[in-house]
Structure formats: C-alpha cells, structure tokens
Design a protein around this ligand. Structure first.
Ligand SMILES: C[S@@+](CC[C@H](N)C(=O)[O-])C[C@H]1O[C@@H](n2cnc3c(N)ncnc32)[C@H](O)[C@@H]1O
Length: 252
C-alpha cells in the first residue's frame, strides 16, 4: 500500500518525524531550497500570491512580510495547517492541489516549494496555473530533481564496493514512485526535466529561470553531510511568466 502526498502529512508518525527534521534546520530546505527560491522569486510588493502545498506556511509568511497584499496558502494536511502561524495577509485553505479551482486572472504569483512531485496531473495543474495568473504573472516552484525521483523504489545512495553511487534508472518511464522516508510506502510522481519544462511551454508560459541549486561551500563547511548534494542535484527550481498581450496585435 502507498500513501499519496495529500494524505501523508496527516500521518502522526510521519508528521512528527518531518517536523523534527525541519526543526534541525540542517536539511536541504534551509541550506539549499529556500536560498534558491529567494533568488528566483520576483518582487512581491502589492502582489496577490497563491502558495501550493504551503505546509506550515514558511514561504507564505516570507512573501507576506515582503509586501504581498494577499497570500492564499493551500495545503491538504490539517496537521500542517494547524501548525501554521497566522498572519493578517495570509488565508489558509485546506484543499487538494489536484482539484483546486481559482478565479481566472486572480494571481500575480503562484509559488510551490517541494510539493508538486506529489501531484498526479502536472500538465493539468500548469494549465490551471496559467489560467489563474494575470498577464505578466509568475509561476515559481521547486521539486525533487528528476534524477532523484527516477528509480523505483527511490532507494537513494547505493553502496558499490568501497564507494556509494546514486542510481538513475527508468528515467523515461514517468509515473508514480514509492519511497521510504520516515515511513514506508510514500508515493511521489516522477517526470523528466523535459516534461516539467514542456508543461510550462504547452500552457503558453515563458520559461524565465532554471536552477539546480547546490549547497554553498560555507554551508558544506558548517554541515559536511550536505556535500552529498554536490554529487547529484537534489532539487530543480523553475520559473515562468504568463506572456503580456502583444499591443501590436489587434483584438488581444
Ligand atoms: C515537503 S512539504 C513542503 C511544505 C512547504 N511548501 C515548505 O516548503 O515548507 C509538502 C507539502 O505538500 C502538501 N501536499 C502534498 N500533496 C498535496 C496535494 N495533493 N494537495 C495539497 N497539498 C499537498 C503536504 O501536505 C505538505 O505540506
């Protein structure tokens, strides 16, 4: 039996393990993902923002504190939402990203941190995101790198003789994967880099940024275990923009 992401974070055992991991602040979130997202995010002064898979709302809070006027922070887990700090400009919504429907042209920015590898229908989601964005609006998100999600099960480093290697197998075969991480039987979804980028282009968005972030040398000196992320990329960060209508084309 596998547990999809929309149910996983309400499993008490998983939730407590995940919170302990995040509280140590030595994982990839604090060392790699948050700095990479910060580099990719546009100015949010006066912006309406949607955060997909907001968890306890850390990114939503950073964006509200940076000047966003309205942040709709969406997550399927009541445990994560119950642990989220309140903020006058954040509205939390318990909903499944796969079923989320919002008003057309209602957002200046849609963000997602490490949640979309749990979503089954990526192409459908990106089409909806493009619909929610105003012209010129941005979509910025991070996912586990496809090099990390390819093998099934997602076993991680494998010992071969005196060394360890990261196995990459079944890369072109997209679909559900299982992983043991804190608990057994977690379900994630593997997609090729080409599919993640192609989904944005197919939805009529312009690609504006690609990053495969790694820990900085200072981070690795402080937390030597992070050096493994220099051997293969743990994350992929993508940024896209909804095109502005071309004023020279009548009727657009
Ligand atoms: C790794 S956590 C990331 C949380 C937060 N974005 C952060 O970076 O701290 C993934 C989050 O995605 C949520 N999630 C997974 N699948 C979801 C779905 N289908 N709909 C809504 N939320 C989902 C989980 O409940 C969890 O809070």
């Amino acid at each position: 039996m596998t547990t999809p992401g929309r149910e996983l974070y309400d499993d008490r055992h998983f939730f407590e393990g995940y919170r302990r991991l995040r509280d140590t602040e030595t994982g990839i979130n604090d060392a790699i993902e948050i700095p990479a997202m910060n580099r990719m995010l546009p100015s949010v002064q006066g912006a309406s923002v949607v955060d997909l898979g907001c968890g306890t709302g850390q990114l939503a809070r950073r964006l509200a504190d940076a000047g966003a006027v309205d942040v709709l922070a969406v997550d399927s887990s009541w445990r994560m939402l119950a642990a989220a700090a309140r903020h006058p400009r954040i509205r939390y919504l318990r909903a499944d990203i796969d079923e989320l429907s919002l008003r057309r042209c209602s957002a200046d920015l849609v963000v997602s941190s490490l949640a979309l590898h749990y979503v089954a229908d990526y192409a459908g989601l990106v089409q909806r995101v493009a619909h929610w964005l105003r012209p010129g609006g941005r979509f910025v998100f991070s996912v586990e790198h496809p090099i990390c999600t390819a093998s099934d099960p997602m076993t991680g480093w494998r010992r071969i003789a005196e060394d360890t290697v990261w196995p990459v197998d079944r890369y072109a075969s997209e679909g559900p994967r299982t992983q043991t991480w804190i608990v057994e039987g977690i379900q994630k979804h593997h997609r090729r880099v080409a599919t993640l980028i192609g989904g944005l282009l197919d939805a009529g968005l312009e690609l504006t940024g690609v990053d495969e972030p790694e820990p900085s040398p200072a981070m690795v000196r402080r937390h030597p275990h992070l050096a493994e992320h220099l051997r293969r990329p743990p994350l992929l960060v993508l940024a896209a923009r909804r095109k502005q209508p071309d004023p020279s084309v009548p009727g657009r």
